[in-house]
Design a protein around this ligand. Structure first.
Ligand code: BGC
Length: 445
C-alpha cells in the first residue's frame, strides 16, 4: 500500500485538541473552561492529573509544527479554546488568545501545512456552564457569536472547518454519565444538551457558510461498528438500539432525517426541549462529515438497562486484542462504518477526522518501538482504501494523535501519539509509528 493508491486529492493529516495539549491554562488572559474546573474535583481524573501544562504546546507549537513538517504531514486538525478567545464565553475578546492562533495558523501556512480547525472540542467556558452550559438554549446565540468571530478572524487563511467534535461524547459523558466535564448525571440534562448541540452544529455551520461561501464546513461524530452478540432476535434488536445511540443520534438530524425516535423511544422525551421549527433548523448540507472510528462494540439484550434494554459486552470479556483503553483492535470496523455512513442517500464526502490507538509505549535508548500502533494504523488505512476502492466517497484520514497528550478522565496514562512526549522534560521523540507514517506520506505520490 502506498500513498498514491489514494490519489492526489486525498487529505492526510494528524489531529489534536486544545485542552489536551496546550497547557497555559491561565496564561495571557485565558479564562477558565469546564475542563479546568472538572480536573480540580476530587476523584474525577486518573491520579488527580490535569492539563495545566500538558505538552506545553502553547509555548512549544513552533517546535511541534517543525516536527510535523519534517514528518511530511500536509494537514493539521486542531481546535480553538473558546475560553482563550473569550475568557467569559461572550463579550470581550482576549487579544493575546487571537494572537496565539494567528501565530499557529501563519506558521502552518509558512511550513506548507494546511490548518483545519475544530471550533469546539469540549472545553466550554466555565462562565457559560455557570448559566447551564449546553442545557441552556441560549447556547445557540453564544455559540453562533463565537463561531462567527472565529470565521471572521481566521477564515481568510483556514479553508476547512469543523463545528463540533463528537457531540454524543460531550453530551453523554458530560451531562449523563458524569465522567467528563461538567460532570452532570441527569438524563434530562443530557436530552437538553443533545438537542442544543444538534441545533448548534447546523446553525453555526449555516453562519460560517453565510460569512464565507468558499469555506469547506463540516462537523465530526464519534462512531463504533456494532454487531449483535448472537443471532437471536433480542440481541439483534439490542444491536439496532446501540447502533442508533452510537452512530445515528447526531448525524441523522443534520441529514434531514430527524432523531431516530423509531428505534429509540426515549427520544420522545426530547420533545420537551424542542420548539416549533427546530426540526427543519437541525438540517444542514455540510460540505463534509468527519467520522472518528476506533473500534467495534458487541451488543446484547439486557432487561436491566433503563431506556434501552440493551447493553455492550465489554471487550475485556471477549478475548480479543485490546488497546490500552481496553478497546478492541478490529480494523474492519472502519471499513464497515465507512460503508454504513456512505449508504445515506444525501451523505456528503466523508473524512476520517480521527483514528488511532493507545498502547503501553516504552522509551528505550531514545526510541519507541510501538509496533502495535504502527500495525493498527497500517491495517486501518488499508481498510479505508478497501472502502474507497468500493466507491465510498472518503476523502481524508487524520491520525489521532500527533503527540501524546492528556486523555481526559484517563489522564496521561493512555498514550495516543505518534510522537512520544516525556512529560517531565517535554522532550519529543518520534515513535516507530510516526516514522512509518512519515515514510508512508513520502512514498511515491
Ligand atoms: C476524542 C479525543 C480523544 C480520542 C481518544 C475522541 O473521542 O475526540 O479527544 O482523545 O477520541 O479517546
Amino acid at each position: 500500500m502506498q500513498r498514491s493508491d489514494f490519489g492526489d486529492q486525498f487529505y492526510w493529516g494528524v489531529s489534536t485538541a486544545a485542552y489536551q495539549i496546550e497547557g497555559a491554562h491561565a496564561t495571557d488572559g485565558k479564562g477558565s473552561s469546564i475542563w479546568d474546573e472538572f480536573v480540580r474535583k476530587k476523584g474525577k481524573i486518573y491520579q488527580g492529573q490535569h492539563a495545566d501544562l500538558s505538552t506545553d504546546y502553547y509555548h512549544r507549537y513552533h517546535q511541534d509544527l517543525l516536527l510535523m513538517k519534517m514528518m511530511h504531514i500536509p494537514n493539521y486538525r486542531f481546535s480553538l479554546s473558546w475560553s482563550r478567545l473569550f475568557p467569559n464565553g461572550t463579550g470581550t475578546v482576549n487579544k493575546k488568545g487571537v494572537d496565539f492562533y494567528n501565530r499557529v495558523i501563519d506558521l502552518c501556512l509558512e511550513l506548507g501545512i494546511e490548518p483545519w480547525i475544530t471550533c469546539y472540542h469540549w472545553d466550554l467556558p466555565a462562565a457559560l456552564q455557570a448559566k447551564g452550559g449546553w442545557t441552556n438554549r441560549s447556547i445557540l446565540g453564544w455559540f453562533e457569536d463565537y463561531v462567527s468571530f472565529c470565521i471572521q478572524t481566521f477564515g481568510d487563511r483556514v479553508r476547512h472547518w469543523m463545528i463540533l467534535n463528537e457531540p454524543l461524547v460531550f453530551c453523554g459523558a458530560g451531562y449523563f454519565l458524569g465522567l467528563h466535564a461538567p460532570g452532570e448525571k441527569k438524563f434530562n440534562s443530557f436530552l437538553a444538551a443533545a438537542h442544543h448541540a444538534t441545533l448548534c452544529q447546523a446553525s453555526a455551520a449555516r453562519v460560517a457558510k453565510s460569512l464565507n461561501s468558499q469555506l469547506q464546513v463540516g462537523t465530526t461524530f464519534s462512531c463504533a461498528h456494532v454487531e449483535p452478540r448472537t443471532h437471536r432476535s433480542r440481541d439483534r434488536e439490542a444491536a439496532v438500539k446501540i447502533d442508533a445511540v452510537l452512530n445515528r443520534l447526531f448525524i441523522e438530524p443534520v441529514l434531514g432525517l430527524g432523531y431516530p425516535v423509531k428505534d429509540l423511544s426515549f427520544l420522545r422525551r426530547m420533545e420537551a426541549y424542542m420548539h416549533a421549527g427546530d426540526e427543519a433548523q437541525m438540517a444542514f448540507e455540510m460540505d463534509f462529515i468527519g467520522i472518528q472510528p476506533y473500534t467495534r462494540e458487541i451488543a446484547r439484550y439486557d432487561l436491566f438497562t433503563p431506556f434501552l434494554q440493551a447493553n455492550i459486552v465489554k471487550a475485556t470479556k471477549r478475548q480479543v486484542p485490546l488497546t490500552a483503553m481496553h478497546w478492541e483492535v478490529y480494523p474492519p470496523a472502519i471499513y464497515h462504518l465507512l460503508k454504513k455512513f456512505s449508504n445515506y442517500p444525501n451523505m456528503p464526502p466523508i473524512m476520517v477526522t480521527e483514528n488511532g490507538a493507545a498502547f503501553e509505549d516504552v522509551l528505550e535508548d531514545g526510541q519507541v518501538g510501538d509496533k502495535l500502533r504502527r500495525q493498527y494504523l497500517e491495517n486501518h488505512i488499508a481498510e479505508v482504501l478497501k472502502a474507497k476502492a468500493e466507491g465510498v466517497n472518503v476523502q481524508g484520514y487524520f491520525v489521532w494523535s500527533f503527540t501524546d497528550n492528556f486523555e481526559w478522565a484517563e489522564g496521561y496514562r493512555p498514550r495516543f501519539g505518534i510522537v512520544h512526549v516525556d512529560f517531565t522534560t517535554q522532550k519529543r521523540t518520534v515513535k516507530q509509528s510516526g516514522q512509518w507514517y512519515a515514510s508512508f506520506l513520502q512514498s511515491c505520490r
